[in-house]
Design a protein around this ligand. Structure first.
Ligand code: IPD
Ligand code: CA
Ligand code: CA
Length: 262
């Protein structure tokens, strides 16, 4: 559909623009504010967000916008943008080179286009509903790995990990013992894109928000990947728990999670 392709092109353009803001200030001393004990936000999150919101408002003045660091811009429009101006803020603030911008757009509640941009590697992952997924313009597909014990997995831990008993430790232990290896890189949007292009075989996390997953999930699904809730039930971006995979190891992952659940 031509409209989805247009929205994809716009998502990529603004994700690249915001990524340039992140790249420019990367490695410089950041002003850090704490939203919780370990949940931080930098001035660059806000700068990137201001840029994205201004570009979206200019191009699509009647669309709604849900962005991590601002109150939702509500609108009667069928369209809503879902934006994470900096996914991987903790990495960014520490100078760890793993972070991105995530931009997606919903039409009547379904994500139809999205882009995830890593400004340090200059990697742009994009997708349009029904139009496939790509990395820097070249089509991507999930891995062909069929066995969990040969699979490279990724996960993350929520900001309440020190205070909540719902903390992912049991699942982490179970996958350390059943997968090949696990990475915890600190950017859920990039985790989903790495899964989409075959670098990872599976991913799970417990407490994600729509801006973490909206673009990455479409990119994953358009690359042939599969998403569910941890128990195998239907996932949508408003659910907190996500199990995502190349499809081939999905049932094996559901089984490990089922056994690990107390
Ligand atoms: C976080 C990252 C991280 C995930 C957290 C997210 P932020 O987003 O995606 O990988 O483990 O749950 O909140 O705060 O850097 O935008
Ligand atoms: Ca995020
Ligand atoms: Ca963020």
């Amino acid at each position: 559909m031509a409209e989805n392709a247009e929205l994809r092109a716009f998502s990529e353009k603004v994700a690249r623009g915001a990524g340039e803001i992140l790249r420019r200030s990367y490695g410089l001393q950041q002003t850090i504010h704490f939203k919780g004990e370990i949940n931080l936000v930098t001035d660059v999150d806000h700068e990137s967000e201001a840029y994205l919101l201004a570009r979206i408002r200019e191009a699509y003045p009647d669309h709604g916008v849900l962005s991590e660091e601002s109150p939702e811009l509500l609108s009667p429009s069928r369209y809503r943008w879902i934006v994470d101006p900096l996914d991987g803020t903790t990495n960014y603030a520490h100078g760890y080179p793993c972070f991105c911008v995530s931009v997606a757009v919903e039409r009547q509640g379904a994500v139809v286009a999205g882009a995830v941009y890593d400004p340090l590697l200059d990697e742009s992952f994009t997708a349009a509903l029904g139009g496939g997924a790509s990395r820097n313009g070249k089509p991507i597909a999930v891995s062909k790995t069929r066995e969990l014990r040969k699979s490279l997995l990724a996960t993350g831990f929520a900001y309440d990990v020190k205070s909540s008993s719902d903390n992912n430790f049991d699942y982490f232990r179970a996958f350390v013992l059943t997968g090949q290896a696990i990475r915890r890189d600190g950017s859920a949007a990039l985790d989903l894109c790495y899964l989409a292009c075959g670098r990872f075989d599976g991913f799970w996390e417990l407490k994600l928000r729509p801006w973490d997953t909206a673009a990455g999930l479409l990119i994953l699904q358009e690359a042939g990947g599969v998403a569910s809730r941890l128990d195998g039930g239907i996932y949508d971006i408003h659910q907190p728990d996500l199990l995502a995979s190349n499809g081939r190891i999905h049932e094996q992952m559901v089984e490990v999670l089922r056994k690990a659940k107390k």
